[in-house]
Design a protein around this ligand. Structure first.
Ligand SMILES: [Zn+2]
Length: 67
């Protein structure tokens, strides 16, 4: 068997701008999610206690002080 050039995977440059923006967007979304699960009390999100109650089990599961 001989290897051909057409069977090689396409390699993207590691330092591409697309990768950078993908990483930044992922970090931003995860930071927002971590805030909503662990710290939001309704004052910043303007949701009353709705998001707090929605995320309550996750908060306790992660051991974040709650009540
Ligand atoms: Zn609680």
């Amino acid at each position: 068997m001989s290897s051909s050039a057409s069977s090689q995977p396409v390699v993207h440059p590691v330092g591409s701008a697309r990768l950078l923006w993908t990483v930044l967007a992922t970090v931003a979304v995860l930071t927002l999610l971590a805030y909503l699960v662990a710290f939001d009390q309704g004052a910043v999100s303007r949701s009353g206690m709705y998001l707090h109650e929605l995320m309550h089990d996750g908060r306790h599961l992660l051991g974040v002080p709650c009540h």
